[in-house]
Design a protein around this ligand. Structure first.
Ligand code: PMP
Length: 425
């Protein structure tokens, strides 16, 4: 049977777009990209960390450097104009993708982490003070958790954490207790990169707005895998990274409501973000350029737009269905082992990843045995160390799935887990 058997998307056709999936792997890391004769197929299940790149995106990057590489905004020569048009239009593509009103609301950053820092520094340092609270959840990524923690320390604000229920969901009663009139910002992850929980961010936005607080949604795991409409959510800010959604590294997005971005001071100063400068002072460019100081990630921004077009051609709702199907399959297969603990909500109610541990086997050993099988998974705390402390484990193994993954690849993961159990039992 072909790999596309009963999938919501044409996995076989999609796989053919990703040259790296033809790679063989076998442990020789001295010569990146090269394979040996005795190597075996690659089963790439580390997509929550970084996804792979399809031909149209590789081609977009290559076309840029071959044909119109130039700095943007400044030049009146043809190459600069071509680069500027493509780079600016990439903002429009991103705006359409998440339902923003226009490019004014789309700031290109380096990644989700920088988008979080931008808001924390530009908005948080100016707006927070003693007596104020910032409400996060116990399942926040360090990109949000550490950033708000540090800004709170500097401003005297308090950080509160919404609890997680025993079955891996956010405790919304606790959220309602924590979010009060002292709250100025609620910042919660849309899909947890450890629990796989899909959080009710729209309900949290309502709670925040009832208390005149703002809502920041960390969309690093949701923008690549789910249809997202920032206006439906009523998010004030929404952040994600290109490299988790078929785009290149070095490009991320901060969506912000226009009136909020308008009211904020810049985060980085320098060229490209100013309107006029004297020896005494400066004024700022229009949005979004006010927040894009210096030469931006031009080819990466243009390639992110190509990645979005690629995903939209497949269809975001179908991608979500595919993610859910694989997550449930992985959950069910791993649940066959009575010594495997899976973190987060049940298999039929989660995003496309499964973090787990096997009794008596350290996650790093597990990941290493998986690597021997050609299976690429993640081991560690996945940048959610306090959450792992709460779960009572130092680390977990995580398989995470994307548009090109199949049930057979999850079977390869399960075989590797069985091997690890045999070895360590
Ligand atoms: N938030 C979540 C939920 C993530 O999964 C990640 C990446 N693991 C980040 C934030 C940070 O993304 P980046 O490293 O691209 O800044």
């Amino acid at each position: 049977m072909g790999v596309q058997e009963s999938y919501p998307i044409d996995v076989e056709a999609i796989r053919a777009d990703f040259p790296i999936l033809d790679r063989q792997v076998g442990g020789n890391v001295e010569s990146p990209g090269e394979s040996d004769d005795d190597d075996q197929p690659l089963y790439y299940l580390d997509n929550a960390a970084t996804s792979q790149t399809p031909e149209p995106v590789i081609e977009t990057i290559s076309d840029y450097y071959r044909n119109y590489n130039a700095n943007v905004h400044r030049g009146i020569h043809q190459l600069s104009q071509e680069a500027s048009v493509a780079y600016e239009e990439a903002h429009d593509t991103v705006a359409d993708f998440i339902g923003a009103d226009g490019r004014e609301e789309i700031v290109f950053t380096k990644n989700t982490t920088e988008s979080e820092n931008l808001v924390a520094y530009a908005w948080g340092l100016a707006e927070l003070g003693p007596g104020d609270s910032v409400v996060l959840s116990e399942m926040e990524h360090h990109a949000s958790l550490v950033t708000w923690q540090q800004i709170a320390k500097r401003t005297g604000a308090e950080v509160r954490y919404i609890r997680i229920t025993d079955d891996g969901y956010l405790d919304m009663d606790h959220a309602a207790e924590l979010i009060d009139d002292s709250t100025k910002m609620v910042s919660v992850v849309h899909i947890s990169n450890t629990m796989g929980a899909v959080n009710p961010v729209s309900d949290l936005a309502d709670m925040a707005h009832d208390h005149d607080a703002l809502m920041f949604v960390d969309g690093a795991q949701s923008a690549p895998t789910h249809p997202v409409d920032v206006q439906d959510i009523d998010a004030d800010f929404f952040a994600f990274s290109g490299h988790k959604m078929c785009g290149p590294t070095g490009i991320g997005v901060l969506y912000g409501k226009e009136h909020l971005l308008e009211s904020m001071q810049p985060y980085l100063y320098g060229g490209e973000m100013i309107r006029s400068v004297t020896y005494e002072d400066a004024t700022w460019e229009d949005l979004p350029w006010k927040f894009e100081a210096g030469t931006p990630s031009i080819s990466q921004g243009i390639a992110l737009a190509a990645a979005i077009e690629y995903l939209e051609d497949i269809g975001m709702a179908s991608i979500r269905d595919h993610e859910e199907l694989l997550a449930e399959y992985a959950y069910d297969r791993l649940s066959e082992f009575d010594d495997v603990t899976i973190y987060g909500p049940p298999g039929d109610d989660r995003g496309g990843l499964v973090a787990f541990n096997v009794d008596g086997v350290h996650a790093h050993d597990l990941s290493s045995i998986c690597n021997d099988h050609g299976v690429a998974i993640r081991a560690g705390d996945h940048c959610t160390q306090p959450l792992h402390d709460k779960l009572g484990v130092p680390a977990s193994a995580r398989g995470s799935f994307y548009i090109y993954n199949t049930r057979e690849e999850i079977d390869a993961l399960v075989d590797a887990v069985a091997d690890a159990r045999d070895l360590f039992a």
